[in-house]
Each structure stands twice: as structure tokens, then as C-alpha cells.
Design a protein around this ligand. Structure first.
Ligand code: XLS
Ligand code: NI
Ligand code: NI
Length: 435
């Protein structure tokens, strides 16, 4: 029995099990389409939610019980958390994790003291990784919590803040490299504006691009070859964030010549805040060959902010896994549970329940998506809808060899088009056959 989480290691017991502390669908080594489930899903624990989220909300203080944490900013306390976090990962059999610099180590009086504390914790993380085989999915720098970042980090009007942010990212990249991280994430927490009255948007975006170019240069210099991820989010905390959705990020990366080194990290609750579905955002990213990783969570349809709830919707995880399987699976990325318990679920054991649910929901989504793909009807129907473009004229259009003159001749000769049904409801029924 683990003393911090009051449970044993979580095992797969199959769909008929009534044990709340067992997986019903996530069977790590079971093969789906020739590949173990754990390799399809690449689950990661988010250090900030598991170890550092006290579960406060805008109206109340934290409720989480963290008996291992003395609440101090000491390095000893930070090191103790590392050990507990690795116990947590082991209980669930999670092989990856993610962090912000300031989650794993305290921010102290000045930058060099903070860097020193970070080094001490990174050394412990490195030992723990070697001992357990756990890997770092990505690291990132927290450029949104400290008051200095109130007006942005790489988009701050204050050059001193810009430089401070650069120094913080430089160090976080070096720590990620030290821990053999598979990627490095930029989420622009404060990279946006509260009002355009005081904002030179063009200049701020130019500054952000210069910042990211310096990150690319530094990666080359230190030999970090993992991709960088940009994580789109439309608003919150700012009124408008520059990385507002997948399409805006792709446009930004193209405009500033950053497509090579970057991929997108798409988060479910950010997609819905942007007024899109997760399926939409993933499809936009995947179509551009730019889907790198996923922050798995969900919003609440009745609450208008980033509630970061654990995924429970099988329909949604099916859609996600259809896109992931469709692009041939993750390479460097994975499914990072950027999700927190509700404030009412304050016991450490609730962290285990929450992740069991998230992992099982994705395991089911994976199995269902694989079955839909093997069945083949859905893909066939989509293919058929565009069948006309497989003909000679269609091929000319798709290869850029056609002209308006030719299409006008065709339209005049063929008369009014007789449209086929889109069959949406039939396809919805088809998906439900598998769920
Ligand atoms: C916040 C973001 C954040 C990033 C990492 O909404 O999701 O947690 O994933 O900075
Ligand atoms: Ni996130
Ligand atoms: Ni988020």
C-alpha cells in the first residue's frame, strides 16, 4: 500500500471489473494495430497539476491535501515532491511527464539563486528517470505567474522583462536537454493584450518571433533537437492571446519562418474556448503536418473558462484518436494530462481516480477509433463523396492544370448539378455502432 496515495499499483482488470482502482480498458502492453497501447497513447503526468495545484478557484483558497509538502520554498521540499511524483507515476504506470521550471523548483530572490535551485531538482529528476525509465515528454518555463510578467514576457513592452524571460527560457531549455526531454513547449500565458489602447500589436508579435528565433538558435547551440511546441489558447488570462488557435499559430509560424522547428500542442479546453471542437483543431494542425502533442483535458459546457477537467467523454477521445491514428501516431509527442481535480476532490487518492478515468477514456477511444478504421466504411464514404475529383477533369483541378474557361465549357455542357446527400445522420449512426 502506497502511504502517500493510499492504494496499490493500478492493474488492468478488464471491462467487467467493479474495482474502482483498476483499469477497465487501458491494458498497457495489449496490441492495437500491432503497437502496444502505451506507445499509441504515451500518457504523461503534468507536474503542475499533480504536485502543485492546491485546487483554489476564483472564490476560494486551495483545498488539496498534500501531507508530503511543508508549504515552504525550500529545495528540500522540492526534492521531496520529486520522490512523491515518481511514486504517483509508478502507481499508474505512466511513462512520461511534463513540467514548468517553477513547478519543480522554487523561484528565489534572484535569477541565479532560482537557477541553482533548479539545478538541484533537475539532478534528482535525472536520477529518478534513470531509476524508473520514466521520460520527460516536454519542459517549459512559467512566464505567466510572477508579477513581472503581468504585461507579457516575450511581448512585454519592457525590455528588462523581455531579457528576464529569455534567460528563464534559456535555462529551462538547458534543463530539458539535460533530462533528455522529447520536446519543449511555449504556451503564451501573458503573450497578448488586455486592451489595444496601449498595445503595438505588430511590434509585440515581431518581438515574440525574434524571441522564438533566439530559442531555435540556442537549441542548435546546445544540441537540443526535440521540436518546440506552441500551445494555442484564445484568451484567459489575457483578453486576446496571439496564439489564439491552431490556424492563427500556423499563420504566425509561417509568417516568421518558424515552421521547421515548431509543431503544435493542442489542448481540448483551449480548442473549445476558441469556439472550435478539439477535432477541428487537431485536424487543422494535422493537415499542415504540424500536430505534435496533445494536452488532454476537457471544459465544462456550462462554465466559460479553462476548467481543465479530466477527459470522460468517449465520443471525444474517439475523435481525437481517429486524428492521431490517421496521422500515423505520435512521434515525439503524447497525451499530457493537463487536468486537475475539482476542488471538492481534495484527497491524494482522487488524483489516482482522476487519472484512471482519463487513461481508460483514452484507451476506449483508441480501441473504438481502431475498430472504425479497420471497418473502413467511414473512410470509404468520405472518399466516395469526392469521387468526381478522381476523374480526368478533377485531376486537372487538383494538380493546378485547369482553367475557368475549361470549367465553364464543362458547366455549360453538363447542366444543373444533381447533388448527393451528405448523409450526416447515417454517419452519426455508424459511429454509434462502435461506441
Ligand atoms: C494553460 C496551459 C498550460 C500549458 C503549459 O492553460 O494549458 O498549462 O500547458 O504552460
Ligand atoms: Ni496546457
Ligand atoms: Ni490550459
Amino acid at each position: 500500500m502506497n502511504k502517500h496515495f493510499s492504494c496499490e499499483k493500478i492493474r488492468y482488470e478488464g471491462p467487467t471489473s467493479k474495482n474502482p482502482l483498476a483499469f477497465k480498458h487501458y491494458d498497457a502492453d495489449a496490441l492495437i494495430d500491432g503497437k502496444p497501447m502505451k506507445e499509441h497513447l504515451r500518457f504523461a503526468g503534468a507536474y503542475w497539476h499533480v504536485m502543485r495545484n492546491a485546487l483554489s478557484d476564483p472564490f476560494g483558497v486551495g483545498t488539496a491535501h498534500m501531507p508530503w509538502d511543508d508549504g515552504s520554498d525550500s529545495v528540500e521540499n522540492a526534492l521531496r515532491r520529486v520522490d512523491v511524483f515518481f511514486e504517483f507515476l509508478d502507481i499508474l504506470g505512466m511513462e512520461y511527464y511534463c513540467w514548468h521550471d517553477r513547478d519543480i523548483a522554487p523561484e528565489l530572490g534572484d535569477l541565479s539563486a532560482s537557477n541553482k535551485a533548479l539545478d538541484a531538482v533537475v539532478a534528482r529528476l535525472k536520477e529518478k528517470q534513470a531509476e524508473t525509465g520514466v521520460k520527460l515528454l516536454w519542459g517549459t518555463a512559467c512566464l505567466f505567474n510572477h508579477p513581472r510578467y503581468a504585461q507579457g514576457a516575450s511581448t512585454s513592452p519592457d525590455l528588462n522583462v523581455y531579457a528576464y524571460a529569455a534567460a528563464q527560457v534559456k535555462k529551462a531549455m538547458e534543463c530539458t536537454k539535460e533530462l533528455d526531454g522529447r520536446g519543449y513547449t511555449f504556451w503564451g500565458g501573458r503573450e497578448g493584450y488586455a486592451t489595444l489602447l496601449n498595445t503595438d500589436m505588430k511590434r509585440e508579435m515581431d518581438h515574440m518571433a525574434a524571441f522564438l528565433h533566439m530559442a531555435v538558435d540556442h537549441a542548435k547551440k546546445i544540441g537540443f533537437d526535440g521540436p518546440f511546441y506552441i500551445e494555442p489558447k484564445p484568451r484567459e488570462p489575457t483578453t486576446h492571446q496571439y496564439d489564439s488557435d491552431a490556424a492563427a499559430c500556423l499563420n504566425f509560424l509561417r509568417e516568421y519562418g518558424l515552421m521547421d522547428k515548431f509543431r503544435l500542442n493542442i489542448e481540448t479546453n483551449h480548442a473549445t474556448l476558441a469556439g472550435h471542437s478539439m477535432e477541428h483543431e487537431l485536424t487543422v494542425a494535422a493537415n499542415a503536418g504540424m500536430l505534435g502533442s496533445i494536452d488532454a483535458n476537457r471544459g465544462d459546457p456550462l462554465i466559460g473558462w479553462d476548467t481543465d477537467q479530466f477527459p470522460t467523454d468517449i465520443y471525444q477521445t474517439t475523435q481525437v484518436m481517429l486524428v492521431v491514428l490517421g496521422m500515423g501516431g505520435f512521434t515525439t509527442g503524447g497525451l499530457n494530462f493537463d487536468a486537475k481535480r475539482r476542488r471538492e476532490s481534495h484527497e491524494p487518492l482522487d488524483l489516482i481516480h482522476a487519472h484512471i478515468g482519463g487513461m481508460d477514456t483514452f484507451a476506449r477511444g483508441l480501441k473504438i477509433a481502431d475498430a472504425i478504421r479497420r471497418d473502413g466504411r467511414l473512410a470509404e464514404i468520405v472518399q466516395q463523396r469526392y469521387a468526381g475529383f478522381g476523374d480526368e477533369l478533377g485531376k486537372k483541378i487538383e494538380s493546378g492544370q485547369c482553367s475557368f474557361d475549361e470549367l465553364e465549357r464543362f458547366a455549360l455542357a453538363n447542366g444543373e448539378p444533381a447533388l448527393d446527400s451528405g448523409r450526416q445522420e447515417m454517419l452519426e449512426n455508424l459511429i454509434n455502432e462502435f461506441i
